[in-house]
Design a protein around this ligand. Structure first.
Ligand SMILES: Cc1ncc(COP(=O)(O)O)c(C=O)c1O
Length: 394
């Protein structure tokens, strides 16, 4: 049975054209960019091209603003540590309560170590940031504001240009975790005040274990990894050349078809949501409305067990998730959905479908065909549903 893969916010299939671009860099062109012989010299143009491809998709001004890393987690960590180190006299971070653990756990650890004071700004039921609390948290002690461009669980998009301007006004750096936004939105980065931005290859049909940190020209970066002089001394370690070439190729492919892909994927996502809401009583979109990534649908089926639904979907050949990949399996309700304050009877029954340019109409039709029965079946076995809700549905 061919699996219908609707977990693209967790990771994507590597595009075969990306694999093709990477292959020569494992065998023929395997050199080290730092070597002076011909094998090494052959690498530099490939790295340069990849940097330009990433820069183009970001809408950044200069290619040397792109520093290659091992992925979103390393980029986030680098940005946060660097901001604290390069802002003497400032030790506060302003972030949100719905960030990915790659930001939240770093912040919590810095607090534990006594190295930073962190303000976690909440969101309302639609997932919008509490702007009053955000403004109130900013001060001349703020070293860094770190707010994600788009949320991985709900797809909610944050107003990064506006937030960056507010950060600037108090002299703080602005970082955004754009791991989910990169390749899905037109970013036009040079028109924003973003100083630091994290992105990752494996969310855009590129390879895992490679990403980048955008560092706006003129912003000081204190490297997380110290050693060799790679990446202009900003990230030591022999470059992951095949990975970087793959990231560049994936960025170039995403750039070519971004507008058309977004529109098509959004239409499919909307069809999925409309169909599910109509067919399944007591279902709700979490953090919905406009201003969302076109590919993401986070939906709750009240009084149902999300893990049981996922298991049955899996058996029916559909892969989805019950929150962020890191949260699923732990049975802990997602910190993002808790921050949205959705009622407890909706928390456990949340499912995330995340589409990609590879999603087809028939994939969506299949989910619409199987899910109503799965939810009814799972609810039928839930004592909570049997006792509390049966009067609500025919
Ligand atoms: C918003 C966000 N930030 C950071 C990461 C971590 O990226 P990586 O897997 O490349 O380390 C992810 C991955 O799920 C993510 O969704």
């Amino acid at each position: 049975m061919a699996v219908i893969y609707l977990d693209n916010n967790a990771t994507t299939r590597v595009d075969p054209r990306v694999v093709e671009a990477m292959l020569p860099f494992f065998t023929e062109s395997f050199g080290n960019a730092s070597s002076t012989h011909d094998y090494g010299a052959a690498i530099a143009p490939a790295l340069k091209d990849a940097r330009k491809q990433v820069q183009a998709l970001l809408g950044a001004e200069f290619d040397h603003e792109v520093v290659f890393t091992s992925g979103g987690t390393e980029s986030d960590t680098t940005a946060i540590f660097s901001a604290l180190e390069t802002a003497p006299g400032r030790n506060e971070i302003v972030t949100s309560s719905v960030e990915h653990p790659a930001v939240l756990n770093v912040c919590q650890n810095l607090e534990r170590l006594g190295r930073a004071r962190v303000h976690y700004i909440g969101v309302n039921a639609s997932g919008d940031l509490d702007l009053d609390a955000f403004r109130a948290a900013l001060s001349d002690k703020t070293a860094l504001v770190s707010i994600m461009w788009a949320n991985n669980e709900t797809g909610k998009i944050f107003p990064v240009a506006e937030l960056a301007a507010l950060a600037k006004a108090v002299g703080a750096l602005f970082h955004t975790d754009a791991v989910q936004a990169f390749g899905k939105l037109d970013m036009s980065l040079k028109d924003t005040g973003v100083d630091l931005l994290s992105l990752s290859g494996h969310k855009i049909h590129g390879p895992k274990g490679v990403g980048a940190l955008y560092v706006r020209k003129g912003v000081k970066l204190s490297p997380l990894f110290r050693g060799g002089k790679q990446e202009r001394g900003r990230r030591a370690g022999t470059e992951n050349v095949p990975g970087i070439v793959g990231l560049g190729a994936a960025a170039a492919l995403a750039h070519q078809t971004l507008a058309a892909d977004s529109a098509r994927v959004k239409a499919l996502r909307d069809r999925l949501e409309t169909g599910l809401l109509a067919a399944i009583p007591l279902s709700r979109i979490n953090g919905g409305g406009d201003g969302r990534l076109p590919n993401t649908c986070n939906i709750s089926f009240d009084y149902a067990d999300g893990e049981a639904i996922l298991h049955k979907l899996d058996q029916a050949g559909v892969a989805a998730s019950s929150g962020s990949a890191c949260a699923s399996g732990s049975m802990e309700p997602s910190h993002v959905l808790r921050a949205l304050n959705i009622p407890p009877f909706a928390l456990q029954g949340a499912i995330r479908f995340s589409l990609s340019r590879e999603t087809s109409e028939s994939d969506i039709a299949k989910v619409l065909a199987v899910l109503p029965e799965i939810v009814a079946d799972v609810r039928g076995k839930s004592p909570l549903w049997v006792e509390v809700r049966p009067s609500q549905v025919a």
